[in-house]
Design a binder for this molecule. Structure first.
Ligand SMILES: [Zn+2]
Length: 271
């Protein structure tokens, strides 16, 4: 699933070819958007900015029109030289923007909507988003305030996925930053100190920024999808536990905190 770093990486590549330009052509091949006339409504408008926020991307056009995208599990952005083969089938393209010899394509995008710029700032689900983990200026107090407002019994690994607390972290980065900070992802948030919570975020900010700059392949994978393998830090066998619809991988030896699991449901899952 694309996380904040993937979206920032895409935003940089899109901005490099289309920002401050009027796209020569915009196509919306997905039948869902057939009658919405986006090409006509966006015709002649400059793409002013490409703004990522967590896992969301906002393409802000001249005249207060914004294309909002969220890739969820399946979507992806591609930037290609005109004529270069696309990574996914043409049938899977939802949006194509052409300009200056480049093609920007959104594939399989479950959330793609054209909205007014004002609505991007007033729609409750978007307003509720926490700070972007990759924000240039990050307000640590604001992050802690939102974390502490959440259910204190919630496991920290789960709390980090809540986009209202912090926008941009998904399963990969959650597992990796809990590992880096030696925090058991199952530890109730109440038992995670401010210092530990900030250590998690600081790792995420540093490494996700690197990944946003260099691309997906550079992500560290110490624990994610490595259950059964030896822990790169202590050699103990990494463990994976299913929780709702995802899996948390961690090292039961060096990511301490099991003793603090009081929630019966979580205890049962860990048996
Ligand atoms: Zn370990």
């Amino acid at each position: 699933m694309p996380e904040g770093d993937t979206i920032h990486y895409a935003a940089r590549r899109i901005a490099a070819v289309l920002e401050r330009r009027v796209p020569e052509e915009i196509l919306t091949p997905q039948p869902r958007h057939r009658f919405e006339r986006w090409p006509e409504r966006l015709a002649g408008r400059e793409l002013c900015t490409v703004d990522p926020h967590g896992k969301h991307l906002f393409l802000r056009f001249e005249g207060g029109m914004t294309l909002h995208s969220h890739l969820r599990m399946s979507g992806s952005w591609g930037v290609y030289r005109a004529g270069q083969p696309w990574r996914r089938s043409r049938r899977r393209a939802w949006l194509v923007m052409r300009g200056g010899g480049w093609e920007v394509v959104q594939f399989d995008g479950p959330v793609l909507e054209l909205m007014s710029d004002a609505r991007t700032r007033s729609q409750p689900s978007l307003c509720a988003l926490g700070q972007d983990v990759l924000a240039e200026r990050f307000d640590e107090d604001e992050f802690l305030r939102r974390l502490r407002r959440d259910d204190p019994r919630r496991p920290i690994g789960d709390a980090l996925l809540d986009q209202r607390t912090l926008a941009g972290i998904g399963n990969v980065w959650k597992a990796e930053c809990c590992f880096a900070a030696c925090v058991n992802p199952w530890r109730a948030t109440a038992h995670v100190s401010d210092e530990q919570a900030l250590a998690l975020v600081s790792f995420a900010r540093e490494r996700m920024a690197q990944s946003a700059r260099d691309g997906f392949q550079e992500r560290p994978r110490a624990v994610y999808r490595r259950a059964g393998e030896p822990c790169p830090r202590c050699g103990a066998t990494l463990k994976a536990v299913h929780f709702e619809d995802y899996i948390i991988a961690y090292c039961p030896h060096c990511q301490t905190g099991d003793k603090e699991l009081k929630d019966r449901r979580l205890s049962r899952l860990l048996k």
